[in-house]
Design a binder for this molecule. Structure first.
Ligand code: DP6
Length: 332
């Protein structure tokens, strides 16, 4: 039916991190970032238009959304309505398989799926770049989940009008040789985070003396990462990703007051990754706004890496993910 659209999107894990906005309203980042979209934890979102104006309703896994989640989704739909010249309210039903708030980027798959479904049902007629820009407005990392495999999100130029800045900041696929990568995801704590990434980013940008240097070195990290992907050098990809992630956490640790997402279990997993490397296995860690660790390795080594991580954190959940597809509409 023309009155509804359903889309599915997957989370992505940044190998070069996005941390900090230069414009909060437009969700423009200070730095460009690069990620791999995963083949696990899809989010499926259906948007149905109701005749007449009034409040949007949003259900997350069957439970009505309230508070900050409802506010963010409604603000996003309002943006879509303004572009479409529509006043029709929406009923949104989202099925999310990511543990919300665990630093596994449920907002990335969530807003990518919402952008694709809402753009279709309100008839925005956007191409992939346009969908990525739109998803960005919901959550920065969602701009990358529009694409499968590896994607780079361009920070865009800092000159010109707001409209020009908006146009310059979108994600696109990154050319990569056949790496056959896997990401071993170690969920050491699935509880909600203590500080939201929005607030933590703001505090880091405003108060951390390490933020500027990290952002500068991130430019080199991104250039080297692109070259490493092009030649299919998984050791270089992993090394660059690990140092970029540790640098991001260093900027947060130096914020005032400090933001610390890493827990003792995180460090235990990091030690097991070091031991794997000492044994000659290409395994490299990255962490986001939470204590969980994602270990990049060759697909052929994934079970061995997963076993080592499981032994390191017996209470945790460990699963193996591969590169996943971009966001897409489902046939009704
Ligand atoms: C640490 O995209 O969730 O995962 O734009 O405020 O919604 P908002 O932030 P979000 O931040 C993700 C931060 C990160 C790194 C990354 O994914 O690049």
């Amino acid at each position: 039916a023309a009155g509804s659209a359903t889309a599915v999107a997957h989370p992505n894990i940044a190998l070069i991190k996005y941390w900090g906005k230069r414009d909060e309203g437009l969700v423009l980042p200070w730095t460009s970032s690069l990620s791999m979209t995963l083949d696990v934890f899809p989010t499926t979102t259906r948007v149905r238009l109701e005749s007449g104006s009034g409040h949007d309703t949003v259900a997350l896994n069957g439970v009505p959304a309230t508070g900050e989640t409802l506010r963010r989704v409604t603000a996003f739909l309002q943006l879509v309505r303004e572009r479409a010249g529509s006043g029709r309210r929406a009923v949104v039903e989202t099925h999310n398989t990511v543990p919300t708030g665990a630093g596994l980027a449920s907002s990335a798959s969530g807003f990518a799926a919402l952008a694709v479904a809402a753009a279709a049902v309100y008839g925005l007629g956007l191409d992939a770049g346009g969908l990525s820009r739109l998803a960005r407005r919901g959550s920065g990392s969602a701009s990358r989940s529009v694409f499968g495999g590896f994607a780079v999100w361009h920070a865009g130029a800092d000159t010109g009008t707001a409209a020009e800045a908006d146009l310059g900041s979108y994600a696109e696929p990154v050319p990569a040789a056949d790496l056959d990568p896997a990401l071993v995801v170690a969920v050491v704590d699935a509880g909600p985070k203590t500080v939201s990434s929005r607030e933590a980013m703001r505090r880091t940008v405003d108060t951390s003396p390490l933020f500027g240097p990290w952002a500068v070195s991130g430019k080199d990290d991104l250039a080297e990462m692109r070259a490493a992907l092009r030649r299919g050098d998984i050791d270089a990809v992993g090394e660059i990703a690990e140092r970029n992630a540790l640098g991001m956490h260093a900027t947060m640790l130096a914020a005032r007051p400090a933001v610390r997402y890493l827990s003792p279990a995180t460090v235990t997993v990091l030690d097991s990754v070091l031991r794997l490397r000492r044994d000659g296995i290409a395994a490299y860690a990255t962490m986001d706004a939470g204590p969980n660790v994602k270990v990049l390795c060759r697909r052929a080594d994934a079970e061995r890496v997963a076993g080592a991580v499981r032994d390191a954190v017996p209470g945790g959940t460990v699963l193996v993910a591969g590169p996943g597809p971009g966001a897409r509409l489902l046939g009704e």
